[in-house]
Write a protein of this length. Structure first.
Length: 254
């Protein structure tokens, strides 16, 4: 993925990593469309960020994805990058089904079915472009589990393997598949995470991501240095120690 000259759609980008990345990518010379559920918030972001386009979308609803895709492609037929940023994370207690089942279903719908449906809505258009990119968003927790967030961990592991698989299938096209693998970042993904000393400052994270995108246009994974501890734990042979360290240190890792 080239760092500039793209038209990029980022659903789930009205706050946190998504919004910060959207602003930085716009500053790098890209046309950026952000998506979210709250139209009032989208209007506010549009007023505060001239040139940043907005569209309403709920990635948990198929009809909303279809409507947003039609709107985006009508207004931006040169679209060549989608970033499946939308995701939710919740603390769960799996001792009793009534305390986790609804949460688990919601997480899988948003974090796994959402990106799948999003890619399905855009894949034919992306294949028609000379160069295009699908950016998925997994997590360090795709590789090492945080005890209190089982469904989130599983959803991000699914996104990692989905990314690996569709990259193989799309190798005969001009569509690149790039997996963004964040560590814990200071956002409001979990209550209190924005103030966690264990989480990476948001601006530092986005700065490093943009640098990696600029320096590694052919990368299949974008990993900041702080996530390597989790990403390669099994390969290094210290998986059990990393699991113990992660779960002893911080309930807000992602």
């Amino acid at each position: 993925m080239h760092i500039s000259g793209n038209t990029i759609f980022i659903p789930g980008s009205t706050s946190g990593i998504g919004l910060a990345l959207a602003r930085r990518l716009q500053a790098e010379g890209n046309t950026v469309i952000i998506g979210g559920r709250r139209t009032d918030l989208l209007e506010q972001i549009g007023r505060e960020n001239p040139g940043l386009h907005t569209v309403a979308i709920d990635v948990a609803e198929q009809a909303s994805i279809d409507a947003a895709a039609a709107q985006v492609l009508s207004a931006h037929p040169d679209l060549n990058v989608i970033v499946a940023m939308a995701g939710i994370m919740r603390i769960e207690d799996w001792h009793r089904p009534e305390s986790f089942l609804a949460s688990a279903e919601s997480i899988i719908t948003t974090n796994v079915l959402g990106p799948i449906r999003l890619i399905a809505a855009f894949i034919e258009h992306l294949r028609s472009r000379p160069e295009a990119t699908i950016v998925t968003v997994s997590s360090g927790l795709a590789f090492v589990p945080l005890r209190v967030t089982p469904s989130y961990n599983a959803s991000k592991a699914a996104i990692h393997m989905l990314s690996e698989s569709i990259r193989l299938q799309l190798a005969d096209t001009g569509v690149q598949v790039v997996e963004l693998v964040p560590p814990a970042v200071r956002t409001e993904l979990l209550p209190g995470q924005q103030d966690s000393e264990f989480a990476m400052p948001l601006n530092e994270f986005v700065d490093e991501v943009v640098t990696l995108l600029r320096d590694q246009p052919d990368a299949t994974e974008i990993r900041v240095e702080r996530v390597e501890f989790l990403r390669h734990a099994e390969a290094r042979g210290d998986y059990d120690q990393v699991v113990a360290s992660l779960n002893a240190a911080d309930p807000h890792g992602n």
